[in-house]
Ligand binder design. Structure first.
Ligand SMILES: Cc1ncc(COP(=O)(O)O)c(C=O)c1O
Length: 376
């Protein structure tokens, strides 16, 4: 078996689009508005999410950094982030000179705990970045109400949440800005690439300027009006993104089917907690993440599955607050976030991606069942 945890699926459609861009020879556009494929990708992505604007950038990390920059996050500002996430969430704050303040997560949904967020607020807190972890949206109603009481913006880290929903609204449409990644492991992929969604046209204009050295068109001149850099998305990536976006509903359907089969086979196994969709939520099944009863069992299960060619993976074995850089910078130690630390020892993500057939899913599910029976 060779089933990686995630993998991009392309066919002739993406290949023909790439060839077409290369033949036409328009590879990028350094104006704030971007090239023709970028503009079209932005329009279609905004329509899919249900927001007014989308701004394509060079990565999910760039999406986070630019959003914080456009919102004026600066030296000394505190930004609330979870620690059970990819390091980019916190690094984007650090890159702007801000201080990430780590918030614990809910033990059932694994997303930011709004009560702990409220507790970690200070007079220096200037934004909150909830992460829609593994494709399940954070408790946005509670987080937004915490933020609104303080008049600060919520930036959604939706890097893993293409197509996820909460009460009929898509990830990326609830915060002031939503940040997506199109890294190859993601539900839709362009190679490197990212997108910022927003309902605020002024914010979108700032973001388009920041992504190309803070430039603005004034008369027939391009003038730098604010600090920016090159965070542009190339036309080839936008062309691939357009095809992937049109296929996204199908990808989501296959993932949902795969997750359902996985849950049917694994249901009722003692010591194994399965992922779920709380009332009102739609998961995109970016990752199917189970919770084991101990670190020993988790690690043994991962080892056994990896030996059979099943790419079960731990996200995240070292939470961000315990990364060497963060320990050193902020003097952080184990014990700061008990739920996050416990989960980092017991969670294991299982492949259910849209490149897998029903037979693949059944083989993986049976391998898990058999291994857990042997370990019991
Ligand atoms: C939660 C989260 N945030 C941010 C990112 C950063 O995205 P990128 O790798 O495209 O920079 C990723 C993905 O890698 C992610 O999973």
């Amino acid at each position: 078996m060779n089933i990686p945890i995630n993998k991009p699926v392309f066919d002739d459609e993406e290949i023909m689009e790439v060839v077409d861009v290369l033949r036409r020879g328009i590879l990028t556009n350094s104006l704030p508005e971007g090239g023709p494929k970028v503009k079209l990708f932005e329009r279609e992505f905004a329509a899919f999410i249900g927001v007014k604007e989308a701004v394509a950038v060079s990565s999910g990390t760039a999406a986070l950094c630019l959003s914080l920059m456009a919102l004026g996050i600066k030296q000394g500002d505190e930004v609330l982030v979870p620690s059970l996430t990819f390091v980019a969430t916190a690094n984007s704050v650090l890159l702007l000179g801000g201080k990430p303040v780590f918030v614990d997560v809910d033990p059932k949904t694994y997303t930011m705990d709004p009560t702990d967020a409220e507790r970690k607020m200070t007079s220096r807190t200037k934004a909150i970045i909830p992460v829609h972890l593994y494709g399940l949206m954070a408790d946005m109603d509670s987080i937004i109400s915490v933020a609104e009481r303080r008049g600060i913006p919520v930036v959604e880290d939706a890097a893993q949440a293409h197509g996820s929903q909460l009460k009929g609204r898509k990830a990326g449409s609830l915060g002031v800005a939503g940040c997506f990644s199109f890294y190859p492991s993601k539900v839709m992929a362009t190679g490197e690439g990212g997108m910022i969604t927003t309902g605020d046209s002024d914010l979108a204009a700032s973001l388009r300027s920041i992504r190309t050295h803070g430039q603005e068109v004034v008369g027939n001149e391009l003038l730098t009006a604010r600090l920016g850099a090159n965070f542009r998305m190339p036309e080839v990536e936008a062309a691939v993104g357009l095809v992937q976006l049109r296929k996204l509903p199908k990808f989501l359907e296959v993932r949902r089917r795969n997750a359902k089969i996985m849950s049917e086979v694994l249901d009722g196994i003692e010591g194994l907690e399965l992922p779920f969709e709380p009332e009102g939520y739609v998961h995109n099944w970016y990752l199917y993440t189970v919770k084991l009863c101990s670190q020993r069992i988790r690690d043994k299960l991962q080892e056994a599955l990896n030996l059979r060619g099943i790419g079960a993976t731990v996200y995240y074995r070292t939470p961000v607050h315990l990364m060497p850089l963060y320990r050193r910078l902020f003097n952080l130690e184990e014990g700061l976030l008990p739920v996050t630390e416990d989960l980092s020892r017991r969670l294991l993500s299982i492949p259910v991606h849209h490149g897998m057939s029903e037979e693949d899913v059944l083989m993986v599910a049976e391998a898990i069942k058999k291994t857990l029976a042997e370990l019991a």
